[in-house]
Design a protein around this ligand. Structure first.
Ligand code: IVH
Length: 668
């Protein structure tokens, strides 16, 4: 076939596939058999393979996902993505209405009421009708770019239906995993021995944040649109009802359970009806969004910093169910905290099977007086772990003995210490439970961000004695990795490379990664900013620490306590000895001579060790990377330099001899 012919056939096929996708995924009204549909796709794939130059981003073949990316880059939203004020009380909804009536000087305000989808909100940007970017909400201003992942969602139009299309349109909506698909996914995961997701929302988040969108494609998400955040080159609808109609016209999926309400009481009645109906819905919702219908009125009342004044989420009460406690066990968390967990007779709570519920701590357990064999009410609210609400006395039942917290850690046998309402295992990192969770935390996204090693791998590594401390991660070798289930040469090499790369880590992440009790990402950032180096932070006294705005006595005591512990100090030292070098915050290094400069070392340096060279560069505000790119400023070549040297020459990167390097860092 010649190219012209192919081009027109490709256009024809795409149009037909899009049409049938729409009939299937949006209108719920398929018009051809699966086999006929597959045949269209196969023909399109064949033609695109023969003429790769004719492949475009809006082709339906892109729906199967693209090769993995190395990270999810940040994406700034065109308009801030606000959140909603929320309440479970109808009276608060009435107060919301009263404020609006006053502000708008009206006797009655027209609202729209619609389901509040319990998924993940996304911003989709269409330029001249083509989907060019999709981003998660993030902090409201900047989210993560998940475009290839979102392209796999069949109910997201890759191209708007309207002709001509608006120059620019940004659409907000919610991605979610329908309940039947969630159950199916969890069943598949459990069969493979992986822990399932706690709820559809977590499953949807996991699917969307994949680096490999081909995995997203296997987790069939749905997208409901509900807001046009920005529109250029076309008229914006004047009401929210009109907006939903426009979105439908563009080919988006809208949930039909929405209603125009004349006054707040109608909206409250809608909430009551939906409370009863929600168990019949094929997806999770966690309340009703009540919003002023008129866009002009919305502008008139405006927004606060985080949420609009014109909308309110009237949430449902958490779902509650009765079931029996089969046993009570104790789990050990990363910080050694013991959590009593009730093992339950499995019960369906709004479509999710619950077989465990937390009892938080000894005080909670005692107050609720829950014992094995008891009948309890449990609740599951949105994304929180199911919890035991209360015990329901059963007449005539003979109860078992009260459950007592153990004196020794159920995992490692170390002594247990009570601290306020909580109990802690004193085993520290010698407790495998704490070690495993500590390592998971260490490699997690906000910490060392090491890809390619998950919870199950860490568990087996600890069980096999390959990891006794976080520093052992940097001693892993290829051979031993290959002995592990699930590792092939490529995945082992990728992991080792990710570990190597992670050695160049910001100080804040390093501090966070240590897993100091009460030190989250924010506090770790404060410490890094204040002290600029690990040694300085480790030497800080409680008094100095509490002098930092936002750090209280409890956090200060955790920090000094952590660094006073010999084993912890040993781990930190070991990490540094393995070549990990925490980098001070950039603001603090901006004035240093090598600020903003990136170095790569290759070959044997002889005069100085790699670690020492690295420390020198970082001490002067520079960065060390393991691979050469056009952004590299200097390649330092020792004896027998390898391919990095050749690449540097090819990219015209300045190459320094070891002497040049030493005179540079010694300030000549
Ligand atoms: S309207 C200015 N409508 O619930 C906010 N939000 O905290 C406009 N959500 O993350 C949002 N379903 O993304 C709206 N039908 C719906 C919604 C909805 C779910 C999300 C929203 C936000 C959260 C509220």
């Amino acid at each position: 076939m010649d190219k012209r012919l192919a081009n027109s056939r490709i256009a024809e096929l795409r149009k037909r596939i899009e049409k049938h996708d729409r009939l299937y995924y949006i209108d719920n009204d398929p018009k051809i058999s699966d086999a006929a549909y597959d045949e269209l796709r196969r023909e399109l794939e064949g033609l695109e393979k023969a003429f790769p130059e004719l492949v475009t981003d809006d082709s339906p073949t892109k729906r199967v996902g693209a090769p993995p990316r190395s990270s999810l880059p940040p994406a700034e939203h065109l308009m801030p993505m606000l959140s909603l004020d929320s309440t479970t009380s109808a009276d608060e909804a009435r107060a919301f209405d009263e404020r609006l009536r006053k502000a708008l000087e009206k006797d009655s305000v027209a609202y729209t009421a619609e389901p509040k989808f319990d998924g993940l909100s996304l911003e989709l940007v269409y330029e001249n009708g083509l989907l060019t970017r999709a981003a998660t909400r993030g902090d409201g201003t900047t989210g993560e770019d998940v475009t290839p992942n979102v392209r796999t969602i069949r109910s997201v139009p890759l191209r708007l239906l309207s002709d001509p299309a608006p120059e620019l349109m940004s659409v907000r909506g919610e991605a979610l995993l329908p309940l039947n698909r969630f159950r199916e996914l969890n069943r598949r995961m459990t069969e493979r021995g992986e822990p399932g997701f706690a709820n559809p929302r977590n499953a949807a988040a996991g699917a969307l944040r994949q680096l490999d969108s081909r995995i997203t494609a296997t987790r069939p998400l749905t997208f409901f649109a509900y807001e046009i955040m920005k529109m250029e080159g076309a008229l914006s609808p004047e009401t929210h009802a009109g907006e939903l109609a426009v979105l439908t016209g563009h080919g988006f999926l809208i949930d039909y359970h929405w209603k125009e309400c004349d006054g707040i009481e109608e909206a409250i009645a809608f909430h009551a009806r939906l409370t009863d109906a929600r168990d019949e819905l094929p997806f999770e919702i966690d309340g009703v969004v009540i919003a002023v219908d008129s866009k002009r009125a919305r502008l008139a009342v405006g927004s606060r910093s985080r949420s609009p004044r014109w909308a309110l989420a009237l949430k449902f009460e958490p779902r509650k169910e009765l079931t029996d406690v089969e046993d009570i066990v104790v789990g050990v968390g990363r910080t050694g905290k013991l959590t009593p967990v009730a093992l339950l007779k499995p019960v369906d709570v709004g479509g999710v099977t619950v077989s465990r519920a937390t009892l938080h701590n000894a005080r909670d357990l005692e107050r609720k007086d829950v014992r094995p064999g008891d009948r309890v009410r449990i609740k599951r609210a949105g994304d929180v772990i199911p919890a035991v609400v209360e015990r329901i006395p059963v007449e005539g039942q003979k109860r078992k003995e009260p459950f007592a917290m153990p004196d020794v850690c159920p995992v490692c046998g170390s002594a247990v210490e009570a601290e306020g309402a909580n109990h802690y295992c004193t085993g520290g990192l010698s407790c495998p439970a704490q070690l495993k969770r500590g390592i998971m935390h260490f490699v997690s996204k906000g910490a060392f961000d090491i890809d390619g090693i998950g919870g199950r791998t860490i568990e087996s590594m600890v069980d096999l004695g390959m990891l006794d401390s976080v520093a052992d991660l940097f001693r892993l070798d290829r051979e031993r990795l290959l002995e592990l289930e699930g590792f092939a040469e490529k995945s082992a090499d990728n992991l080792l490379e990710a570990i190597e790369r992670s050695k160049d880590v910001e100080l804040a992440r390093f501090i966070y990664a240590l897993g100091i009790r009460n030190v989250g990402e924010h506090v770790a950032g404060l410490l890094a900013m204040q002290y600029g180096s690990l040694d300085a932070a480790a030497a800080a006294t409680e008094e100095e620490l509490t002098g930092i705005h936002e750090i209280g006595p409890e956090v200060a005591a955790s920090v000094t306590g952590f660094f006073a512990n010999e084993r912890n100090r040993g781990t930190v030292k070991d990490l540094i000895a393995q070549g990990v070098s925490p980098r001070p915050p950039e603001k603090m290094t901006a004035d240093l001579p090598l600020a903003g400069k990136t170095f790569v070392f290759t070959g044997t340096l002889e005069a100085i060790t790699r670690n020492e060279a690295k420390r020198r560069v970082q001490g002067l505000g520079g960065r060390v990377s393991s691979s050469v790119s056009a952004k590299t400023d200097y390649v330092v070549a020792g004896n027998d330099p390898g391919s990095k040297y050749e690449k540097a020459v090819r990219l015209c990167v300045t190459v320094l001899s070891i002497d040049d390097f030493l005179s540079l860092v010694e300030g000549d």
